[in-house]
Design a protein around this ligand. Structure first.
Ligand code: KG4
Ligand code: ZN
Length: 343
């Protein structure tokens, strides 16, 4: 009775990734290979991801990454049980490259195709790493998405709130650009915030106290721009203080919105097993610390993937595919690539 192996392919944004995942102990997954090539260097000069450059870069490396993942896992395409791919949402050129590649492998090797929603894969990562049981409250925050979701089961999600303008990661990226920092902005802003004074600038906390669990980040970004322009030219200390003040405002907003979502959770999903953070922004230490404390006060554990699994990766796609395969939720060659795919 050989363990199920799933190949996962990720090409929706600026990381090209391929991984092999199998079921592990206590409901967790076992990552046998997790290959990733970031295109950050190729996009850095533009201060953001350029879709055409991204698509070309995926084409150039994807076949080699898949071969390397199979190699590292000590397996062959003929031995995997399914081929999972992120079929969206994302930059359509990149999504198409991953999907066409996965369809071809599925056809040639006669393996089931699993067309995975990239957001669902972020949402299920806490099960890959911690074997977490349903239902749980998920804060999904990345460069393109910010949502609070009751995760009730595979394919069973209730959205409790989301952003009405910018995603949290996008806000970090935009203020980084405004302050002349590198791309992606999140890690840079977090690093500089550590040496800054979070109380020097009083920035707004948009949506604080609202009854729905929604976010708004664009007013905060504008307020920061106005402060930066007011005191320009900026010294390094000014930049650190702006980063610290911005991050403190984001943390306050996140904690308040999570509080509202926790209150709404019971009516749609019962008692949560945990508070979970996922997506690139879940790598932020200040946000992780605040959510750990908040979960503790609510009598819940806080679960966030290790840093390597917070950002986009192939293992989360393989795992989501494995979860779907176990339930017989298999796709065929008519699966389409989706730039937008609500979840
Ligand atoms: O999930 P992800 O790798 O890609 C998307 O699907 O968007 O998330 C990338 C986003 C970027 O906006 C990046 O600035 C943000 O996550 N990010 C962070 C941190 N690390 C990455 N934001 C805040 N603090 C961080 N440490
Ligand atoms: Zn992502």
């Amino acid at each position: 009775n050989q363990a199920m192996h799933v190949l996962g392919i990720e090409t929706t944004c600026d990381e090209t990734a391929a991984a092999i995942v199998a079921p592990g102990e206590e409901g967790r997954g076992r990552i046998l290979a997790n290959e990733i090539l970031s295109q950050i260097a190729e996009h850095a000069a533009y201060g953001g991801v350029v879709p055409e450059i991204a698509a070309r870069a995926h084409v150039e490396v994807l076949d080699r990454l898949i071969a390397r993942a199979l190699d590292r896992a000590g397996t062959k395409l003929a031995q995997v049980d399914g081929i999972a791919v992120a079929a969206g949402p994302g930059l359509i050129g990149g999504v198409l490259i991953g999907l066409v590649t996965a369809k071809t492998l599925s056809l040639v090797a006669r393996k089931p195709l699993l067309a995975v929603n990239h957001l669902e894969a972020h949402a299920l990562t806490a099960r890959l790493t911690d074997g977490l049981a349903f239902p749980y409250l998920l804060l999904l925050a990345s460069g393109g998405h910010t949502q609070l979701v009751a995760v009730k089961g595979v394919g069973d999600y209730v959205r409790l709130g989301g952003t009405v303008d910018d995603a949290i990661g996008e806000a970090f990226d935009k203020i980084a650009k405004l302050l002349g920092l590198g791309y992606p902005g999140g890690p840079e802003v977090e690093r500089l915030a550590e040496g800054g004074d979070p109380e020097r600038f009083s920035l707004p906390r948009p949506m604080l106290g609202r009854r729905e669990a929604d976010f708004s980040l664009s007013g905060l970004k504008t307020a920061l721009r106005i402060e930066a322009e007011r005191i320009a030219p900026l010294s390094n200390a000014d930049i650190a203080d702006l980063c610290a003040s911005f991050q403190a405002a984001v943390v306050d907003v996140v904690v308040d919105r999570v509080r509202v979502a926790l209150r709404a959770f019971g009516a749609v999903a019962g008692h949560p097993t945990a508070l979970v953070a996922a997506g690139g922004v879940a790598a932020n230490g200040a946000i992780r610390r605040a959510l750990t404390a908040q979960a503790g006060e609510a009598g819940l554990s806080f679960v966030a993937p290790p840093l390597a699994l917070c950002g986009d990766n192939g293992a989360m796609i393989a795992w989501a595919g494995l979860e779907r395969l176990r339930l017989g939720l298999v796709d065929d060659l008519t699966a389409s690539a989706r730039a937008r795919w609500p979840f």
